[in-house]
Ligand binder design. Sequence first.
Ligand SMILES: [Zn+2]
Length: 128
Amino acid sequence: MRNERNMNNNKHAAMMERKQDMMQQRRDAGSVATHFPEVATIVMNMTYNQSGSKSILRTFNFTPNSYAFFIVNCLRKDCVDGGFDLTKVITEMIRNRRAVAKGALSCEGTDSSTNHSAIAYKVDIHYT
Ligand SMILES: [Zn+2]
């Protein structure tokens, strides 16, 4: 019984730590304007598909003042090491001055649950 409780506490602590890491990473990322001065707006549209529940549409808007941080959480709330990293997609789009990209990603969470989400994304970038 006692061991079980300790395990849960450790798991919770690790989760909080990851959340803080992510917030720190976000702050450290710097602004969109700093990294990509040629970008006016970035719009990420994501459709989350989770087994057993309705798909959810989320939209993320970035302006030059936004943090240049393009990692989005998995919807499974105790997901371990998962999420969706669109950093590479977006940096490559900007390098090639592409306006639209579409694709799909699956959560790479390492816990064994099957409830991780998968997304279909569409990214629109407007340049100055
Ligand atoms: Zn996940």
